[in-house]
Write a protein that binds this ligand. Structure first.
Ligand code: SAM
Length: 232
């Protein structure tokens, strides 16, 4: 089972959203266990303070290192990157990280492993977390969110659906976008004609070889039109 532990100041953010569709089914089937932990639970002061002003001045607040180190230590048994058990990744969601792709998701989708997701807020986290604890900094794109929670959700979903057995049919992920540097082909369902728009005849023909050929060509066409960079 893959264990995903999310460290956040808003654990309730995850409460309902991990209870839908493929992620819900994967949890019920024991393929993944997802727990959102309140960072404040690892504070030791009376007011459960998780942030402080930045050294050197400037706007905003920074998440303090102590509760983050304590949290990762409690969840993994290690308070430094080099002491982490094998198959354990500590991921900081950050706009400064390498950009999430299907290949990165595949790398993290290991059945017998643990992924700890650290969600930043405000100006981010104290850099010593990056220096000594984090194994991966991952961004979900070149834009700035107000917190790592939405990014952690995106990453969790992308990982879970790649775990063996998570999708209804084992082959579903194989033909998806990005699996072969191509986008997926277009899909149609009933009715065969809708507001004057017809489904391509070949898809109604029952000729499976022809259908396969059409799908390959259509995927290539769509990739060329929408994401020519993938074909390079
Ligand atoms: N000061 C930081 C900077 O300019 O690089 C931005 C901090 S952002 C307002 C607060 C938190 O949101 C970050 O620590 C990170 O956890 C999360 N975040 C923002 N954009 C993200 C992105 N594109 N991908 C992943 N996490 C992101």
């Amino acid at each position: 089972m893959l264990r995903i532990d999310i460290i956040t100041i808003f654990p309730e953010f995850f409460r309902d959203v991990i209870d839908f569709g493929i992620v819900k089914r994967a949890r019920a089937a024991g393929i993944v266990e997802i727990t959102a932990h309140d960072l404040r639970g690892w504070t030791t002061d009376k007011h459960h303070i998780v942030d402080d002003r930045p050294f050197g001045g400037g706007d905003g607040m920074v998440l303090k290192p102590e509760p983050i180190f304590a949290g990762v230590e409690a969840l993994t048994g290690a308070g430094r990157r080099e002491d982490l058990p094998p198959q354990t990744r500590v991921v900081l969601l950050s706009p400064q990280g390498r950009v999430l792709t299907q290949a990165v998701a595949r790398e993290l989708a290991q059945p017998e492993s643990q992924v700890v997701l650290l969600c930043g807020r405000y100006e981010g986290v104290d850099e010593r977390v990056v220096e000594a604890l984090v194994t991966d900094e991952i961004s979900i794109g070149d834009y700035v969110l107000s917190g790592g929670e939405a990014a952690a959700l995106v990453l969790t979903d992308a990982i879970v659906r790649l775990l063996p057995g998570a999708l209804g049919s084992e082959t579903s992920a194989v033909f998806e976008s990005f699996s072969e540097s191509l986008l997926d082909c277009p899909h149609y369902t009933r009715p065969p004609e809708f507001r004057g728009m017809r489904v391509p005849d070949v898809l109604l023909s029952g000729n499976h070889a022809e259908i396969e050929r059409w799908r390959k060509d259509a995927a290539l066409l769509k990739t060329r039109r929408n994401r020519p960079d993938l074909l390079k």
